[in-house]
Design a protein around this ligand. Sequence first.
Ligand code: ADP
Ligand code: MG
Length: 449
Amino acid sequence: MDNTKTLSKILESIKNEVSSANYRTWFSNTSIASLDQTRLTIAVPSAFIKEQLNIRYLPLIQKAVDTTLNKHLEIVFIVDASKTTTMTAAQTAEEPEEEFFQPVAVHSTPIVNPKYTLDNFVVGLSNNVAYAAAQAVVQNPGNSYNPLFIYGGTGVGKTHLMLGIGNAILAKNPYYKIIYCSSEKFTNDYVESIQNRKMGELRAKYRSADLLLVDDVQFFSGREGTQEEFFHTFNELTTKNSQLVLTSDRPPSEMQKLEDRLKSRFQGGLMVDIQTPDLDTRVAILREKCHEKGDVLPDDCLNLIAASFETNARELEGKLIGIIQILKIQNTPPSVETIKPLLGMQANATSTKITHKQVFSSVCNYFNIKQADLTGPNRKKELVLPRHIAMYILSEELKLTVEHIGQLLGGRDHTTVMHGRDRIKSLLSTDREVQRLWTELKQALAGSN
Ligand code: ADP
Ligand code: MG
């Protein structure tokens, strides 16, 4: 049996044992790095997945491996950074962006299908220059604007546009090697490769890209080693006409603690900004998001919502989801009259509608654990993350006090709650897997109403 076959057999038996959402989250992007008489090395996309597989699924995996191969092997996980972040020829035309945007239904409720393409990117005054630049890059990657530097505030569509470029280029040329990463990811890879003395591999990986997409480069600030490495990566890529697209929350000139030579590289191509959307663009974004979700709101409702919230696309979408959710709960048809009263209150829709019991059951469902374990005294690793997440939701979404949360979770001290909540908070800003998990849980919670 070759490795691919072996893996698919192993995965087949794991698939039967876990929920499909969990399967997709933890197993879908694994591969066999090596297999010998004593040891099976499985490559996974991130350190977070590695940790979770180790603490939550090792016995299950061990069993699947032993039965499939009919012998006992040691199982080792290694992180293959190229996994989550590389759109390769293997994932060609059929589902080019699957890695990034695969909608993961935790419950059976229909959810947003977050496919980031240029087609579903709404163009308006706030972003038309950036969009035109993106198209130029797609037409002629490596030869039009290099790098394309997209900057703007949070939630205005930088990541969407950047990945739209990736998907469009991939659709035209499935053999293009495209690497997408956040600047933190690049930094982590760099640090890890120094520790493991694997600089060669790091360079081979990033410098082989035909298109390198780096998100949120403002986080390179203050990281001298990373900047140096990225500078050389940048030079090598542009020398061979590979395209770079970078996003940032501010223009290079305003990036503190960024080496001048890197600043000038960032400024050396085309810099475009995306602004908070104007009213017409907001209406159009709302229409697009309704369309994607299969919801229909009359134009006057869209106009009213867009006029009520002068905010970025991400928040706007959040408001829209909140409003639609309440209308559904109330079983009211959407109209200006029915929506008006919701405009003020929907911001906290989730928190006012959801109870701690729903939070517990969603979290337990998601992680496949018992509620008694969640609130119980056991400090096993596989219970800690779900517990921390529950703390986070109860605190941030339901706005319960840490003392109250401690009581609900089986009489825990409030400092424990604060610690758990803050851990998730910080993971949410750095760890994509946790971000994904959070999005899915939110959807599950919304669906639990
Ligand atoms: P940023 O990276 O600037 O923080 P994102 O690209 O993550 O923002 O966008 C946030 C959300 O808003 C995403 O769901 C994205 O699809 C949506 N969005 C932003 N701009 C647009 C747009 N012009 N058209 C459609 N959706 C948009
Ligand atoms: Mg972004």
